[in-house]
Design a binder for this molecule. Structure first.
Ligand code: GLP
Length: 242
């Protein structure tokens, strides 16, 4: 894994935009996985300001959400699909059909997981997976303890993750207890992995990730050390200890 400590969130977004554009203009076939959360919002806002010519490049690309809450009565605006439509797909003028997401109320989660894996394969695999990092080192919603060889499936959310996501729900009680996510191995199957981390709350997980290089299920982000083309972009706050 290579990492870069950049001045601030704007610099991280600018650098991430370079990675995305490089991936879009390349002739390489494949889809791009996208994260939700607070971290990528600055990047999405920046992309929304691109010229129409550049935005056109995004419109023929297939995009996959990394994960989705599981909750039958979820309001669509609390879903990660809703989040990505609002922050990225609609402002970029990307056809909604080019965003593939996991259902938040599948009748059969196992079938849903298989459908997602097949859709990724049919799109030519992932050429790029853009990631954030959870406070406990989760990637997607692969909480600590998830096997490193996991594929797409259901995960039980930790209290810490529920609290971190409570801002998307009317109250903490209404926060989902489970989610579906691409597995760690699904994410690592991407030809390139790009993780973004900004802000003081990410200093501890970033410091652990970079300084303690052991690859362990107890800290899912550490799996990036086993990937030949993985990158970490942090601002000077999240990277204060590096
Ligand atoms: C969320 C998502 C992740 C995200 C991470 C960090 O719960 N499942 O995909 O990267 O946790 O979120 P944030 O950027 O809000 O800190």
């Amino acid at each position: 894994m290579k990492w870069e400590v950049l001045k601030d969130e704007a610099a991280v977004s600018a650098r991430a935009e370079e990675f995305l554009l490089e991936s879009l203009v390349s002739s390489e076939v494949g889809a791009i996985a996208l994260p939700t959360g607070k971290t990528p919002v600055a990047l999405y806002q920046r992309l929304n300001l691109l010229s129409e010519d550049l935005k056109a490049q995004f419109r023929t690309q297939t995009w996959f959400a990394l994960d989705e809450f599981l909750r039958r009565d979820l309001a669509p605006e609390s879903s990660f699909r809703g989040f990505l439509l609002r922050h990225f797909i609609h402002p970029m003028g990307i056809p909604e059909g080019n965003l593939l997401t996991l259902s938040f109320h599948p009748d059969d989660p196992e079938k849903e997981a298989t459908r997602y894996e097949s859709a990724i394969a049919a799109a030519g695999g992932l050429k790029l997976a853009l990631l954030g990092i959870g406070l406990n080192g989760h990637i997607g919603f692969n909480e600590p303890g998830t096997p490193l060889d996991s594929r797409t499936g259901v995960r039980r959310l930790t209290e810490k993750s529920r609290k971190a996501n409570a801002y998307l729900f009317p109250s903490l009680e209404e926060t989902a207890h489970e989610a579906m996510t691409m597995g760690i191995s699904t994410i690592l199957s991407a030809r390139r992995v790009l993780m973004l981390a900004t802000g003081a709350s990410k200093e501890a997980p970033v410091s652990r990730l970079v300084k303690d290089r052991s690859i362990t299920e107890t800290f899912p982000a550490s799996a990036l050390w086993s990937h030949p083309d993985s990158w970490l972009l942090v601002d000077s706050t999240a990277g204060a200890a590096l």
